[in-house]
Design a protein around this ligand. Structure first.
Ligand code: SF4
Length: 353
């Protein structure tokens, strides 16, 4: 295991390469790799050598925790064609190969699970207020069955996708949820569908439960930081083990040396109100910038997505050089074209074989 590079500045107490505790897990660094779209799986669902190679390069790079690309709960969700699916009959076997590979490097791995659209027969992309109690039970059951599969497949944790604009993100949001039953109205009622899922997963699996959550949004009567703090406290109370804070749209890299980013400020507020680990989601692109955030805020964990798309092994260079910058040029083509590969850095990977 590698150790943190000694900092030349005596006032810097934290370093991104610190070995740290994350709940019950031990991480080799403070960097969390987050995935988004998967474009290299076979149409049948099989994982390709390119995927195993990418994960091995990330795991070997010095990352602390890996969160997969989206595992799409419903095959008819239009975003499923860019995602893994638990309905694939070899899902457990192939994912077990993937988790075994990642664990070779003493790196824990979480599966990101969510869906964007809820479709029922002819009813496509149903609204939050249109789904019945039976539909809610179906969603909860599907999450729990998937969690059991993940447990069998050797994952260390599950990430429930409540960020960006996934279906459950809209469900907990007062702008979208106008239900007048026990799953609408108060913060607790809107979150109840998720709290019930978490409780059953914690009672029936060994998985760490992480929730990816928007800190705020730009909707009228939507999410505010105060509302997110209340949600974070409820999540902790009902069994969530950690939280990742994000925002509805893919965050641009932080700019402006002296201006505080609202996502950082919101994360600090959430961290000061819960006792579980909180990850700052996205927006970081340089080693100095990350160490500055770590040492001027209460933030201990930082997730990155596009830097790993641009170069799955970039942390190796950062560790050696000490002042690394991401190769990502923020063109956002991987985001809009929904690929797990970079459109600028065409052959970036260091093959560890
Ligand atoms: S495609 Fe663009 S945004 Fe995506 S990783 Fe490459 S340079 Fe970055």
């Amino acid at each position: 295991m590698r150790h943190a590079i000694p900092n030349k500045r005596a006032d810097i107490m934290k370093d991104l390469f610190d070995s740290v505790k994350f709940g019950d897990l031990k991480l080799n660094s403070r960097i969390v790799r987050t995935g988004l779209w998967e474009s290299q799986r076979e149409q049948s669902g099989n994982l390709t050598p390119e995927i195993y190679n990418r994960y091995e390069n990330i795991a070997a790079s010095g990352v602390g925790l890996i969160i997969t690309e989206l595992i799409s709960l419903y095959p008819k969700d239009s975003f499923s064609k860019y995602s893994h699916t638990p309905h694939f009959k070899q899902f457990v076997r192939e994912m077990k190969d993937l988790t075994d590979l990642v664990h070779t490097y003493d790196v824990p791995i979480f599966a990101q699970v969510g869906f964007v659209q809820f479709n029922k027969k002819a009813n496509q992309n149903m609204r939050v207020e249109d789904i019945s109690i039976d539909d809610i039970r179906k969603i909860q059951t599907d999450y729990i069955i998937t969690a059991k599969k993940l447990d069998f497949a050797g994952f260390d944790g599950i990430q429930i996708a409540l960020g960006n604009y996934y279906f459950l993100t809209r469900f907990i949001n007062p702008h979208f949820n106008t239900r007048d039953d026990e799953y609408g109205g108060s913060t607790f009622n809107r979150l109840k569908i998720v709290l019930e899922i978490i409780k059953v997963i914690k009672d029936n699996t060994n998985l760490h439960v992480n929730v990816r959550l928007n800190a705020f949004d730009d909707q009228i009567n939507g999410m505010t930081v105060d509302e997110t703090v209340e949600i974070a406290k409820l999540l902790e109370k009902y069994g969530a083990d950690s939280i990742q804070v994000t925002r509805p749209r893919s965050p641009q890299f932080f700019t402006g040396q002296n201006k505080k980013n609202p996502l950082i400020e919101a994360s600090e507020e959430i961290i000061s109100n819960v006792n579980i680990p909180v990850i700052l989601g996205g927006g970081s692109s340089s080693q100095n910038q990350i160490n500055k955030i770590l040492n001027t805020t209460n933030i201990d964990f930082i997730s990155m997505q596009r830097p790993f798309v641009a170069d799955p092994s970039f942390l190796v260079e950062w560790y050696v050089e000490g002042n690394g910058e991401s190769k990502c040029r923020t063109c956002n083509n991987c985001y809009w074209k929904k690929t797990s590969t970079c459109h600028v850095n065409k052959s970036p990977t260091l093959n560890v074989d």
